[in-house]
Design a protein around this ligand. Structure first.
Ligand code: ADP
Length: 397
């Protein structure tokens, strides 16, 4: 990046700016406005100090905010490790980290409209200890003390603890408990997918990444049989939790799954209607679907089919997932859609945190990360009919 004043570059972005501190008496403000990126020199003394990680339009009031947290995997057991013993898992202290998140959301000036819980709320070890219900109660009691309703996503650990029919009847089925009106996917395959609109102009879609899977499907069912033949085409190990180490083929393990045609068609129709309404859509799932937002071992089986649906609708601004505890991010170069994989609570040391608050504006979402989750700005992909907001105007020469 050049450091001359008002250097211009073309971009497709709408409005964001960053402060770049160099070893000079000046601070450089890097701005993007009306598709032009520029760099402006400002005296360090004329700027009020801002967080080094969250810098755009701090005085603007968001339209709404929401909280997000992933892979809590609570169990009342001692610390352990992931399968390859490369990362520590803090089963017991994950509850305290959840409490930290709830406290933060409760005390925030702008109360979140809702919380997204991205799946794996309790760990599969609870099943071995016969503590699944107790652990779930503990975590849900904590969540219910928060300031907003929770939208639950299902991950592989939900199926280690409960059957699909139990889950459908449980408090983890947010379609039964949401105060907001939800549009549920067709129930013929017992798919857990729905959309809701917390604020006019914005839609959130919760997807079922284990719709096609060996987890949560009766061995006698067609869905199980089809899932087994699919995974067997790609994975010849006796233990289907063990991947074949061939690039993206690694995703064909038993702890992953995918999306049925019924679910893909339903998503396509929801997104078509959002295109018409010019809604901004955030799609949410336990499993990541962009290969550059995660490691291959965590990708959804038919991530490519899901990506094709997302890419065919201009309304999609963001995709959020958990599952990969190390987290990840990628902006789809074809569409500008942001693919976020949130760092998991379970692999976060007790003296840190792993959650985020997202503030939504007309032209962007700002994710404020806590602990090992970093701040990010998700500009909405450019649309010709956009009106420029105050934030843009302040950066127009
Ligand atoms: N490379 C592997 N080989 C064999 N089994 C594995 C492998 N990785 C994970 N597993 C098993 O798959 C299951 C899910 O793995 P886990 O790491 O608990 O998932 P998550 O990342 O969702 O917490 C566990 O039973 C684990 O032992």
């Amino acid at each position: 990046m050049s450091t001359t004043e008002d250097t211009e570059h073309n971009t497709n972005s709408l409005a964001v700016f960053h402060h770049v501190t160099l070893f000079t008496p000046y601070r450089y403000v890097f701005g993007v406005s009306r598709n032009i990126t520029f760099l402006r020199r400002v005296s360090k003394h004329t700027l009020t100090d801002v967080s080094p990680r969250m810098e755009s339009c701090p005085e603007q009031t968001p339209l709404f905010t929401f909280g997000v947290i992933a892979d809590i995997q609570y169990a009342d057991i001692d610390d352990g490790f992931n399968f390859t013993r490369t990362r520590r898992r803090y089963y017991r202290s994950s509850l305290q980290l959840l409490k930290n998140a709830i406290d933060c959301w409760r005390e925030s000036t702008v109360k979140p409209e809702f919380i997204l819980q991205l799946g794996d709320i309790i760990d599969g070890f609870n099943k071995n200890h016969d503590t699944s219900h107790r652990a779930l109660d503990t975590v849900l009691t904590e969540l219910s003390s928060g300031p907003a309703e929770v939208h639950h996503v299902w991950g592989n650990h939900e199926f280690y603890n409960f059957s699909r029919s139990e889950l459908l009847r449980s408090r983890l089925n947010s379609t039964l408990h949401s105060e907001k009106s939800v549009n549920a996917a067709p129930a013929d395959g017992e798919v857990y997918a729905y959309s809701f609109s917390p604020v006019p102009g914005f839609t959130f879609v919760i997807l079922d990444g284990y719709d096609v899977s060996l987890l949560g499907r009766e061995e006698s069912s067609d869905r199980y049989r089809d899932s087994l033949s699919l995974i067997r085409e790609h994975n010849d190990n006796d233990d289907l939790n063990c991947p074949v180490f061939k690039g993206l083929e690694e995703r064909y393990t038993m702890f992953n799954g995918g999306f049925s045609k019924v679910q893909l068609d339903w998503l396509d129709s929801v997104l078509s209607s959002c295109d018409e309404k010019q809604d901004r859509v955030t799609v949410v799932c336990h499993l990541p679907v962009h290969p550059d937002s995660t490691t291959p071992i965590c990708l959804a089986w038919n991530y490519d089919e899901l990506l094709a649906v997302l890419r065919s609708h201009r309304c999609v601004v963001c995709f959020m997932a958990g599952h990969d505890h190390e987290g990840g991010y990628h902006k789809d170069e074809d569409t500008g859609t942001h693919h976020l994989t949130l760092e998991g609570v379970i692999e976060t040391p007790p003296d840190s945190n792993a959650f985020a608050t997202v503030s939504v504006y007309e032209d962007r979402m700002e994710l404020r990360g806590y602990g090992r989750v970093r701040d990010r700005v998700f500009l909405f992909p450019w649309r010709p009919q956009e009106q420029h907001d105050e934030c843009n105007d302040r950066f127009t020469d």
